[in-house]
Ligand binder design. Structure first.
Ligand SMILES: Cc1ncc(COP(=O)(O)O)c(C=O)c1O
Length: 371
């Protein structure tokens, strides 16, 4: 992610000597896979979130897939989920031959609208897959009222907490986290599934390792599995990042507050919703909603000319060509999601971002929008 000095990048991980030392230690230990750091990382992660168990895997997508398998989602099932997400949340449902049934989002939180989700439930619905988009907690208490199994996509929500004070990922449902390089905590690639049941943990640990139970010999497998293993190098980096997490989250919150102040004067620009009702966002990205009628491509080109990176984030999943062709989705089905997806723009956002960089982005955006 190295960029020219005069460019304000979209994202930048915080990595230092402690991560370097941890990696070197693993390399010198000679145990790069299936080693002791994986369990240590899992325990520290679970403890931080108040979860009974955690299983480290190769990606957030792998965590979602194994979470859905753990709760028994099967071919032909329907899983109600959000169309305003990274495509992996819906794809993971397809991996098991189940059908993602989308429901529209709440215009304030951009998360699954509980009323729309309720209306999408049929007698074929076997699970709900809410996404804590942009780190803002989805309304789990409302969704839990249906009594259906839930898998949470918490890939963007490390550090977030619900109204009742429970950390996102600590409610007892399988909850998937992702550690890609732009995330609150990174291992380069990687993921974690928090779990409340020891049986689920045993199943996930076996399925991430080609279906091998811990007490089984090498090359002995008693169920279908995958290679969703994380390495000890990644786990070692994750452990250091976990120690840094409070500081990194505080820095993200500081940058978000600076953005709020710097962008407040730009008319008709939508900002990420403030924490309300006791919910706490775990800051991941700073996504604004451009005023209606503004050409987003022109705004991005103007920002680029000013040395500011930006990205349309996120497109509506149901309108992606693959989903349109496979399920016949058409514009107009989820109007809130579609309106938000057309106007969303992610601005540079990372813990080491300076007030000067925030000001530069805000000035460029105001100039490009002519406001
Ligand atoms: C909402 C959401 N779901 C799922 C994923 C998938 O995570 P990964 O890229 O680690 O597979 C991501 C991250 O990119 C995400 O943002």
């Amino acid at each position: 992610m190295s960029v020219a000095a005069d460019i304000v990048p979209l994202a930048q991980p915080v990595l230092g000597e402690a991560e370097e030392a941890a990696v070197i230690e693993v390399l010198r230990s000679g145990q790069l896979s299936l080693g002791p750091r994986i369990g240590t990382f899992e325990q520290a992660f679970a403890a931080r979130l108040g979860a009974a168990h955690a299983s480290a895997v190769s990606s957030g997508t792998a965590a979602l897939h194994l979470g859905l398998r753990a709760i028994g989602v099967q071919a032909g099932d329907e899983v109600v989920t959000s169309p305003f997400s990274f495509v992996a949340s819906a794809n993971s449902i397809l991996y098991e031959g189940a059908r993602p049934v989308f429901a529209d989002i709440d215009p304030r939180t951009l998360n699954l609208d509980p009323a729309a989700a309720a209306a999408a439930i049929t007698d074929r619905t076997t699970a709900l897959l809410p996404v804590h988009i942009f780190g803002y907690p989805a309304d789990l208490p409302a969704l839990e009222a249906h009594g259906l199994p839930i898998v949470e996509d918490a890939c963007e929500a490390l550090g977030a907490a619900h109204v009742d004070g429970i950390a996102v990922g600590g409610r007892g449902h399988p909850a998937a986290f992702g550690f890609y390089a732009n995330k609150q905590l990174t291992t380069g690639e990687g993921g974690m599934l928090t779990l409340s049941s020891a049986e689920h943990k045993a199943q996930v640990d076996s399925e991430r390792n080609q279906g091998r139970a811990p007490d089984m010999g090498w090359l002995d497998h008693d169920r279908l599995g995958f290679n969703y293993r994380i390495t000890d190098i990644q786990a070692a980096i994750g452990l250091v990042q976990l120690e840094r997490l409070d500081g990194m989250l505080a820095d993200r919150a500081r940058v978000a507050a600076a953005y709020r102040a710097a962008l407040a004067g730009i008319e008709e620009l939508g900002l990420p919703c403030e924490d309300a009702g006791g919910d706490v966002r775990g800051w991941f990205v700073f996504v604004v909603q451009l005023p209606r009628g503004v050409a987003r491509d022109d705004v991005m080109a103007g920002l680029r000319a000013a040395g500011v990176q930006s990205k349309p984030y996120l497109p509506a999943i149901h309108l992606m060509s693959f989903y349109r062709e496979r399920f016949g989705h058409r514009p107009g089905e989820f109007p809130v999601c579609e309106d938000v997806a057309e106007r969303s723009l992610a601005l540079p956002f990372f813990p080491a971002m300076t007030e000067g960089q925030v000001a530069r982005v805000a000035e460029a955006l105001a100039r490009v929008l002519d406001r």
